[in-house]
Design a protein. Structure first.
Length: 323
């Protein structure tokens, strides 16, 4: 029975980080000196972890050529989570990150300056432009999905995006435009879990087979807490952002200042039995986003050892198997 339980864990739980190309990770010593190219780094990473989240797609539309190279350079059971392009999560995108046809249309309308650093919001686009842009974003992601290598497509919304009826409708639109792909949503305002809102929120996700992305993050008033409802048949995920409260409270803090956090084993241990409960889902993704230096990979490896997952023989302080 023990062997069956271990096999179940290895089949159901995938652990990874929310980047494999961060410049501070490249300097941390995680990669061997021989890993000097993007392909060799991904090969090294995928020899240790079973999944990774692609964050570059938040800043620019994915390149199909890169996706084919990722598929060719990783094991057949290695999967990729994809973070949605910023415009589709009510963030702003640089004009330079948009495709040429859209830059030209926005410039010709006069609504957005031609300056490449100008910021564009979803509201700056017409319905037709949004639809075409979404299709150009999601089309390369379908390559991963059709190959069986897409872990999830994540829509991470900003802290100022509060619960609303329009938001619930937007989840339905995301499903309509994305087709059968495994979708996940991360909200970052606790209004979604206010009494009365939480039930509507969860039911809306369940209706569209969209996973709620649980989070570990600082508790600073507006954050959502550690609720982990299982809302999708395809699976679930949790994202670990670190607990750097000072960095999160400082609006001028850089990304590195906010996510610079080293998880202690006891902090990770808090999640172990919650992960066990989440295993009623078909698959559980545990993704570490404290991507400063090797802090995310260390946290991921520590959790893997706690869960009894293989860590490719890497040496670090041993943790007891808690499952």
């Amino acid at each position: 029975m023990l062997e069956a339980a271990i096999a179940d864990i290895r089949e159901k739980i995938r652990v990874g980080t929310c980047s494999w190309t961060d410049k501070t990770l490249l300097k941390s010593g995680f990669y061997p000196p021989s890993a000097t190219t993007p392909a060799s780094r991904l090969a090294h990473y995928s020899g240790i972890f079973s999944t990774v989240e692609v964050d570059s797609t938040y800043y620019a539309l994915p390149d199909p050529g890169n996706i084919f190279r990722w598929l060719a350079g990783t094991p057949k059971n290695f999967t990729f989570g994809v973070k949605a392009f910023s415009v589709f999560t009510f963030h702003r995108a640089k004009l330079a990150s948009l495709p040429p046809w859209l830059r030209e249309e926005l410039g010709s309308r006069g609504g957005v300056p031609r300056d490449a650093s100008a910021l564009v919001r979803r509201e700056d686009l017409t319905s037709a432009q949004r639809k075409r842009l979404f299709e150009e974003f999601v089309s390369p992601v379908r390559i991963l999905h059709d190959s069986g290598r897409l872990a999830y497509l994540l829509f991470q919304f900003p802290p100022y995006w509060k619960f609303s009826r329009e938001g619930l409708v937007y989840f339905r639109r995301l499903r309509e435009e994305s087709g059968p792909m495994p979708l996940a949503v991360e909200v970052r305002n606790n209004s979604w879990f206010a009494p009365g809102n939480d039930e509507k929120f969860i039911k809306a996700l369940e209706a569209e087979n969209i996973a709620y992305a649980a989070v570990d993050e600082p508790d600073i008033g507006w954050t959502v807490g550690t609720a982990w409802p299982i809302t999708a048949e395809w699976g679930t995920l949790a994202r670990f952002h670190g607990r750097n409260s000072a960095g999160w409270r400082n609006r001028r803090a850089s990304v590195y200042e906010r996510f610079d956090y080293e998880y202690s084993p006891s902090e990770l241990e808090e999640w172990v039995f919650r992960i066990k409960d989440a295993m009623k889902a078909k698959i559980v993704y545990l993704m570490y986003n404290n991507c400063v230096g090797d802090k995310a990979v260390n946290a991921a490896l520590t959790m893997m050892e706690m869960l009894g997952l293989p860590t490719a023989g890497l040496r670090f302080p041993r943790q007891k198997n808690l499952l």
